[in-house]
Structures are given as structure tokens and as C-alpha cells.
Design a binder for this molecule. Structure first.
Ligand code: ADP
Length: 357
């Protein structure tokens, strides 16, 4: 049933008119014309009165509240139809409830973000403490007298420098991750040769691998360029992180390898595998978390910040892909992700037609 000022006024007016007429019947010698006139008069006056009271004192006020609500509500909560077409009290109740629900959701999100920020700050301060305290310790020991011994001086200065280098790496990684998480870093997609990128990275990490006694190589299966679509700099960063980890967490005499696999739907799978220490099953699901390390002291000793894999995860997800891992403790690990291959048209536009002719 429609519940508006007109319906209410009509109902009340009929009731008043009936009651008035009923009373008039009690008056002796009253004519039918007088009763009809009394009925019409009481009906119309009650109708006008009730309607005016409802419209101006009640519904107009509700409509004003409703309009203000409409202005402050989120755009997703669209208010449809006119107020007068439905029960205004029910409607305003419904609107206030949905408004409250949306605000509640917003508050939840803000709380979550606040928790995340608080945790992040706590983690960062904790992580910064280690290299700062260590550098501070070496410098103070030198100032307290060790500076006079040539041998000790050099050793301590080297250690202080190593701690400061670790601090520099950590700050860089923290900046990267907070920029990625706050959406400040935008991906710049372009077509590039993944194989050429990996060759460059192998050259860059050759020394590091040699020093660690690791045989670092790339699968020879693909001789042709592998043109993919992605952010060159960011994918470079991903590969450096994955290959550096493969070197860091593999004993001397071990192997680290980059390989590619053609997939359906124009995708290519890029993997970095090693036969190193592997990751215990209970830790696998956590290694992509910020600052999570399986072995904290070993990671620090190897210059790890604990942020590498979370940066990798963010970058790969920005490419609408997923970083995956297979690992067996004390056997080895394989990290892999898929990228879209650039279409033939893109290759031609970028001057690759010779390679694909
Ligand atoms: P870190 O700077 O400590 O290397 P990452 O985020 O890159 O931080 O990696 C997180 C943890 O995952 C590492 O501390 C290590 O315990 C584990 N991990 C990563 N890559 C490998 C790997 N190839 N082999 C074994 N463990 C690995």
C-alpha cells in the first residue's frame, strides 16, 4: 500500500466525516441535505488540514533530511525515484542504514590501513636498528682507542662500511616497496627481449657467482630473442633479486639456472632454479611477506634485506601474473612467473621483423 500524505489525509478525512455525520444523526429533525453538507465540509476541511500538516511539517522536513543525505552519500549508493512514491519513513530508514553500512566499511578499511602502517613502521624501525647499531659500535670502538692500532682500524672501518652499505640497500628496498604499495610507482610497459635481458644480468652477476663458487647459466634451448611485454626496469629488478637469492642460498659447487618455457595463450614462463638449501615447507607460504627470512642471521650475513621477494611479488602482480615457487628443503628451489609475449605486430613495429621473418 502506498503510504504518502495524500493517502493519510484521505483516510483521516473519511474517518472524521463519518464520525461527524454519525453524531449529526443523533440531532432530532435534521435534514439529509444538512448531513451531506456537514459530511462534505468535515471531509474537505480535515483533508486539507491533515494534508497541510503532513506536507509542511512532516514530509518536507524528511525530504530535507533525505536531500542532505543524498548529497553526502557515496556515488555508488544511487538514490532512485521520488520520495513521495514510497513510504518516506521506510525509505529514509533504508537510506540511513545503507549509508551507515558504507561508512562502517570505510572505517574498517581505514583501520586496516592504519594497522598496516603501524606494523610497517615497527618492522622498518626494527630492521634499521641492526645495521645502525653495528656501524655505531665499530665507530665508537675506534674512537675509544682502537683507531691507534693500524690493523684493527682497517678491520673495523671495513665492518662499519659493510653495515652502512647494508643500511643503504635496506633504505633503497624500503623506499621501493613503500612506493609500490602506495601506487606511486607506475609500470611502463614496453616490448623487450627477455633473453637479452637475462644475458646482461648473467654478465652482471658473473663475478658474484664465481666468488660464491656457483655455476650460473641460462638454458640454451632458446636461440631466438624472446619478446615479452612488461616494464623492463622492474622485470630486471625481479630477475636480479631471484638470481641473487639463488646464488646466496646455494652452497659452493652448486648450480643456478635461468630457463624459459613456451606456454599456451601467447605466454612464456621464466624460471630461476638452484640446487641450494631449499625452503622448509612450513616457510614457503611466508617467504613473500615483508622482512620474512627463513634464517635471519644467514640472510643478513649475505646482505639480504628480507624485502627482495615482496618486491618481486608486487612487480609480478602488477604484470597481472603471479610469482610461484617450488622448493624442497636441502634439495633446491625454483621460482617462476609468466609474462605475455609481445604480438607479432608489436615486434614488426619495433623492428623485430628480421628475427621473426
Ligand atoms: P633476503 O634479503 O633475506 O634474501 P628475500 O625476500 O629475497 O629476502 O627472501 C626471503 C627469504 O626466502 C630469504 O631470507 C630466504 O630464507 C628464502 N629464500 C629466498 N630465495 C631462496 C632460494 N633460492 N633458496 C632458498 N631460500 C630462499
Amino acid at each position: 500500500m502506498q503510504f504518502n500524505s495524500r493517502a493519510i489525509a484521505l483516510l483521516v478525512a473519511i474517518c472524521v466525516a463519518i464520525i461527524t455525520t454519525a453524531f449529526l444523526y443523533l440531532v432530532p429533525n435534521i435534514t439529509t441535505t444538512s448531513i451531506v453538507i456537514a459530511f462534505l465540509l468535515s471531509f474537505s476541511s480535515s483533508y486539507i488540514l491533515v494534508r497541510l500538516v503532513l506536507e509542511f511539517l512532516f514530509f518536507r522536513q524528511i525530504e530535507t533530511i533525505y536531500d542532505s543525505l543524498k548529497k553526502i552519500k557515496d556515488s555508488e549508493l544511487v538514490l532512485r525515484g521520488k520520495l513521495s512514491s514510497v513510504n518516506p519513513l521506510k525509505r529514509i530508514n533504508r537510506e540511513i542504514s545503507s549509508f551507515a553500512r558504507s561508512k562502517e566499511k570505510e572505517i574498517e578499511e581505514l583501520k586496516e590501513r592504519e594497522n598496516f602502517r603501524r606494523e610497517f613502521i615497527a618492522d622498518v624501525s626494527h630492521e634499521l636498528k641492526t645495521p645502525i647499531f653495528s656501524a655505531q659500535g665499530f665507530v665508537h670502538t675506534l674512537l675509544d682507542g682502537a683507531i691507534n692500532d693500524k690493523e684493527v682500524r682497517k678491520k673495523f672501518l671495513k665492518k662499519a662500511a659493510k653495515s652502512l652499505d647494508a643500511l643503504d640497500l635496506l633504505v633503497q628496498d624500503i623506499l621501493t616497496i613503500s612506493q609500490i604499495e602506495s601506487g606511486e610507482i607506475k609500470m611502463h610497459f614496453e616490448n623487450f627481449d627477455m633473453r637479452a635481458m637475462c644475458t646482461e644480468i648473467l654478465e652482471q652477476l658473473e663475478d658474484k657467482a664465481e666468488k660464491a663458487g656457483i655455476d650460473l647459466k641460462m638454458s640454451k634451448k632458446y636461440k631466438e630473442p624472446i619478446i615479452v611485454r612488461g616494464d623492463y626496469r622492474r622485470i630486471y629488478q625481479v630477475m636480479i633479486n631471484l638470481i641473487s637469492n639463488a646464488i646466496k642460498y646455494t652452497r659452493a659447487g652448486g648450480q643456478a639456472k635461468i630457463s624459459f618455457k613456451e606456454l599456451k595463450e601467447n605466454k612464456i614462463r621464466i624460471s630461476v632454479s638452484d640446487n641450494g638449501r631449499g625452503i622448509p615447507e612450513s616457510d614457503i607460504s611466508r617467504i613473500f611477506e615483508r622482512f620474512y627470512r627463513v634464517d635471519k642471521s644467514r640472510s643478513r650475513e649475505k646482505g639480504g634485506t628480507g624485502l627482495g621477494l615482496s618486491i618481486v611479488k608486487h612487480i609480478i602482480e602488477s604484470h597481472e601474473s603471479e610469482i610461484m615457487v617450488k622448493s624442497e628443503y636441502k634439495v633446491g628451489s625454483e621460482f617462476y612467473f609468466d609474462l605475455n609475449k609481445a604480438s607479432y605486430i608489436d615486434k614488426v613495429e619495433e623492428g623485430w621483423e628480421e628475427d621473426y621473418a
